[in-house]
Ligand binder design. Structure first.
Ligand SMILES: NC(=O)c1ccc[n+]([C@@H]2O[C@H](COP(=O)([O-])OP(=O)(O)OC[C@H]3O[C@@H](n4cnc5c(N)ncnc54)[C@H](OP(=O)(O)O)[C@@H]3O)[C@@H](O)[C@H]2O)c1
Length: 273
C-alpha cells in the first residue's frame, strides 16, 4: 500500500517494530511497538497495517502514547473487523474506521498495478470514510462504504471469492491425480478449464457462468459422482451441489429434476464410500 501510494505521489512514513528491507524509495523507521512513531504529529492519516489480532493492542499503545489527536484519522486494513477494533482510541477525538482493499497483494512491486480498478471497502466515522475514499481514488480503486455491522459477512464473501476458490482447485487437482493424471501434469491439465471458467465469470456473473451437471439437471451423473467420491469429498460435493442447485433453480431448472437432485444432494446415504 505504501509503495503504491508513493508511486501515486503521496508522501508516506513507515514505522515498524523490527528492521527489514523495504522497496525504495520507501524508508522504514524502526522503534518499539508500544511507542508512537516520531513523525506522528506530522501526519493526518494513520494506517495500522498489522495482523488483525495486533490492531487492538496497537490502538491501545497509541492511546497510551497520547500522540493521537482530534486532527488524526486512524484506519486499519482488516477485512473482517470494523471501527470497533480501534475502541482504545475512542477518547482521542480522532476519526476512526477501516480501509480494506478488496484485492490480494503478495508482491509489493506489483501492488500499484494490482490495485487499479479493484474495489476498496471503507467503514467508520464519516471523516474516516472520506479519507478512505480519497486513498482508494488515489490508487485508482473504486471505494464503497459498508456499515460496521456487516464487515464480517463482507469478509466471508471475500474468502469464498478468493481463498475457497483456491481450495476447490486444490481438491480438483487431487481428484485428477487419483484419476490417473501424473502429479506433474494434474494442475496443467486443469488450468485451461479453470482459465476458461474465470474468463466466463469475468465476462458475465456467477449466475450466468454456471455450467455442469447440476445446471443441466443431469441426475445420473451426479449420482455416479457421489458413488466414486470418498466420504469427505462427497460431503463437500453435496454442500457445493446444494448451492449450485439453488442457482440452477433460480435460472429456471425444471422443478421435478430439481427435486430429484435435492434428494440426492441432501441425503448423506446417497453416495460416498
Ligand atoms: N495481504 C493482502 O493481500 C491484504 C489484502 C487486504 C487487506 N489486508 C490487511 O492488511 C493487514 C496486514 O496484512 P499483511 O498481509 O500485510 O500482513 P503481514 O504481511 O503479516 O504484515 C503484518 C505486519 O504487521 C506487523 N505486526 C504484526 N504484529 C505487530 C504488532 N503486535 N505490533 C507491530 N507490528 C506488528 C508485522 O511486523 P513484523 O514483521 O515485525 O512481525 C508486519 O510488518 C491485515 O489487517 C490484513 O487483513 C491484507
Amino acid at each position: 500500500v505504501a509503495l503504491a501510494l508513493v508511486k501515486g505521489g503521496r508522501h508516506v512514513y513507515l514505522y515498524g517494530r523490527r528492521s527489514k528491507s523495504v522497496p525504495p524509495p520507501l524508508e522504514l523507521v524502526v522503534g518499539p511497538s508500544d511507542e508512537a512513531p516520531p513523525w506522528l504529529s506530522q501526519v493526518v492519516v494513520l494506517l495500522l497495517a498489522v495482523r488483525d489480532d495486533a490492531i487492538g493492542p496497537l490502538a491501545q499503545s497509541l492511546a497510551a502514547s497520547k500522540g493521537i489527536t482530534a486532527g488524526h484519522t486512524v484506519l486499519h486494513l482488516s477485512g473482517s473487523l470494523g471501527r470497533e477494533a480501534l475502541e482504545p482510541l475512542e477518547g482521542t477525538g480522532a476519526a476512526l474506521g477501516s480501509w480494506h482493499p478488496l484485492q490480494s497483494i503478495a508482491d509489493p512491486e506489483r501492488a500499484a498495478e494490482t490495485f487499479q480498478g479493484a474495489w476498496a471497502a471503507v467503514e467508520g466515522d464519516d471523516r474516516a470514510a472520506a479519507a478512505g475514499q480519497e486513498l482508494a481514488r488515489q490508487l485508482g480503486m473504486r471505494p464503497f462504504r459498508l456499515p460496521s455491522t456487516t464487515k464480517t459477512l463482507y469478509h466471508a464473501a471475500a474468502v469464498f471469492a478468493s481463498n475457497y476458490l483456491v481450495v476447490v482447485e486444490g481438491i480438483a487437482e487431487r481428484l485428477a491425480r487419483h484419476a490417473g493424471i501424473p502429479r506433474s501434469d494434474a494442475w496443467s491439465a486443469l488450468k485451461p478449464l479453470f482459465l476458461g471458467t474465470t474468463a466466463n465469470l469475468a465476462a458475465s456473473d456467477p449466475m450466468a457462468a454456471l455450467t455442469g451437471p447440476i445446471a443441466r439437471g443431469d441426475v445420473d451423473t451426479v449420482r455416479r459422482h457421489l458413488a466414486v467420491l470418498a466420504a469427505e469429498d462427497a460431503r463437500l460435493y453435496r454442500a457445493l451441489g446444494r448451492a449450485a442447485l439453488e442457482m440452477a433453480i433460480k435460472r429456471g431448472l425444471d422443478r421435478g429434476v430439481a427435486g430429484e437432485l435435492a434428494a440426492l444432494l441432501h441425503d448423506p446415504g446417497a453416495g460416498g464410500r
